[in-house]
Design a protein around this ligand. Structure first.
Ligand code: SF4
Ligand code: SF4
Length: 303
């Protein structure tokens, strides 16, 4: 069995990448499956997705903990979570980065044959948006030979074309092909130990029996469908955004950029903050072009 783990951020399309890879694997004559894993957070937060390929029907449905291939849609994730954890001996990497494989830092003790390309630049050029999933499907084809690039572009064309229209399908297939053509392959090594920013995936013994229930709780850990709603992630913040409505020009940049979707867009295009989920990261204040948001120290809730 061949197992793949995708690491991305919410909004980069890691889930679609895993699904499209599985789709392409089926076109190439294999059995395949794909599924995602999310934490409570949304846009910008670390996301994992998994794919399995085999010559026989796959009955295993657990998350992939010992992958043959790890696909990294955002190289900054190496510093946030143990991306290369569990990589099998001889396992490979595909990474979105403008660096050469030899320049990459992949976490202490790790070493892997690695394909790299600046998937963000390719996506901006071909799609006009920094959604890198299809470019990374091309990059990963340089370090695995079970699913050929032609099956990938065919699956991309059909899946993205079916969802977003034929033009988008063609542009995404071009993104995959271009990344495949320019990807460099070499050996990446890990010399540096990264501090783990957050243990975001529960350990096996934290997962209660019956996680198919709407939600379950073990020692304060909320797990299961619906946990994003019950995990009030706003409690983590140490500063709070204060909205100066009179200055707001309704450009929507804050609404679009909030990694936790904690800003509601009202009917008149003014904003309202949802302090149950705002983590106080300050991105909205940073991105506002007219200084209409102040970050105030402390956990505040303004109407
Ligand atoms: S500070 Fe702004 S960008 Fe950050 S979570 Fe809160 S609303 Fe979203
Ligand atoms: S970024 Fe600033 S100006 Fe734009 S909608 Fe948000 S608060 Fe208003």
């Amino acid at each position: 069995m061949y197992e793949v783990r995708f690491h991305g951020r919410g909004g980069q399309g890691a889930v679609m990448a895993a699904q499209t890879f599985a789709d392409a694997a089926v076109r190439a004559g294999h059995h395949a499956q794909a599924f995602p894993y999310f934490g409570a957070e949304r846009r910008g937060a670390p996301v994992q997705a998994f794919a399995r390929i085999d010559s026989r029907k796959i009955r295993l449905h657990s998350q992939v903990s010992e992958p043959d291939l790890i696909v990294v849609l955002d190289a900054s994730l190496f510093e946030l979570e143990p991306v290369t954890e569990g990589l099998r001996k001889g396992g490979r990497l595909a990474v979105n980065t403008p660096m050469r494989p030899e320049e990459l830092e992949i976490g202490e003790g790790a070493e892997a044959l690695t394909a790299v390309a600046d998937a963000t630049a390719i996506a901006l050029e071909t799609l006009k948006v920094p959604i890198v999933n299809t470019a990374m499907l091309g990059v990963m084809c340089r370090v695995q030979d079970l699913v050929p690039i032609d099956a990938i572009t065919e699956a991309v064309q059909e899946r993205f074309g079916g969802k977003l229209g034929a033009l988008a399908g063609t542009a995404n297939a071009l993104s995959a092909r271009r990344a495949y053509d320019v990807a460099a392959v070499g050996t990446a090594r890990g010399r540096q130990r990264f501090a783990r920013a957050k243990e975001w995936r529960p350990a096996w013994n934290e997962i209660p029996a019956g996680t198919s229930l709407p939600s379950s709780s073990v020692e304060g850990v909320e797990i299961g469908p619906g946990s994003a709603r019950t995990n009030l992630t706003g409690e983590w913040r140490w500063s709070s955004p204060f909205y100066k409505k009179e200055k707001c020009i309704r450009c929507l940049r804050c609404w679009w950029s909030c990694p936790d979707a904690a800003i509601d867009r009202l009917d008149d295009d003014y904003m309202r903050w949802n302090f149950d989920y705002c983590k106080g990261c300050g991105i909205c204040a940073d991105i506002c072009p007219v200084d209409a948001i102040d970050m105030i120290k402390g956990v505040h809730r303004w109407e």
